[in-house]
Design a protein around this ligand. Structure first.
Ligand code: ATP
Ligand code: MG
Length: 233
């Protein structure tokens, strides 16, 4: 079964058309990178996959079902995680937030256990009680990945998980994703194509429409700073 199956999808924010006639699919356990210019519609596409936005036209199926019905099987690492720097939210509380999608109103001991297991998976278990704001950018990203993993997702969606982190942290995040890909389907938005090309199975360019590209072609075009495919030049 396909993990993601999108057909003839259209989406606009009121007057602004953002995605037009988008069709693509992702196999189970594939690791796919999404790239494209700023404002190209990458985050919007992830939000449609999460069922947070509704397509104007077209269909989205995740593991054969509508996004809303399967949201608890999706782990999401947002592009901007908003938290109040002056309010001391702990790492544990951040990761517990990922259990809310399972529908409970109170956290149980099973939730706390899952939080610990999830932090262990990303190598951040020692920070359980640390204030989230006290962590480095790379550590915060790993905690956010733990938050996405805490509901045991089959599909992991990451929106620029390595933006603003240093090279060491970036390498660690890729190593972690390299492990996670054995167990789940991963779709990751990134601007760092050189690194992505080394790690992913396939790349998809989102610029209003979607173009699937073989890795070799992306390399060549990234070097030129272009976002369109060869046929259109
Ligand atoms: N909530 C919104 N209301 C109206 N327009 C929006 C909204 N969110 C995004 N847009 C517009 O939709 C377009 C696509 O935005 P989106 O955030 O999906 O792009 P992106 O590819 O993720 O960009 P970036 O690389 O900067 O993260 C942009 O023109 C943006 O200004
Ligand atoms: Mg974005």
């Amino acid at each position: 079964m396909l993990a993601i199956d999108v057909t003839e999808l259209f989406f606009s924010y009121s007057e602004t058309s953002v995605l037009e006639d988008v069709s693509f699919s992702v196999e189970e356990k594939e690791f796919v990178a999404i790239f494209g210019p700023n404002g190209g519609g990458k985050t919007t596409l992830l939000q449609l996959l999460m069922g947070f936005l509704k397509p104007a036209r077209g269909k989205i199926h995740l593991f054969g079902k509508a996004p809303k019905l399967i949201r608890q099987c999706i782990g999401w690492v947002p592009q901007n995680f908003h938290f109040d720097r002056h309010f001391p939210i702990s790492v544990q509380e951040v990761v517990l937030g990922g259990r809310l999608s399972l529908g409970g109103w109170r956290y149980t001991s099973a939730d706390r256990k899952a939080v610990k297991a999830s932090l262990e998976r990303v190598g951040m278990e020692k920070t359980l009680h640390a204030p989230f704001a006290s962590l480095s950018g790379g550590q915060q990203q790993r905690v956010l990945i733990a938050r996405a993993l805490v509901s045991n997702p089959s599909l992991l969606l990451l929106d620029e998980p390595t933006s603003g982190v240093d090279h060491v942290a970036e390498k660690e995040i890729y190593a972690l994703l390299g492990e996670l890909r054995k167990e789940m389907t991963i779709l990751m938005v990134t601007h760092d194509l050189n690194r992505a090309v080394e790690s992913v199975d396939r790349l998809i360019c989102v610029q209003k429409s979607v173009t699937q590209m073989p890795k070799e072609k992306v390399c060549e075009h990234f070097a030129l700073g272009l976002y369109h495919s060869k046929e259109t030049t």
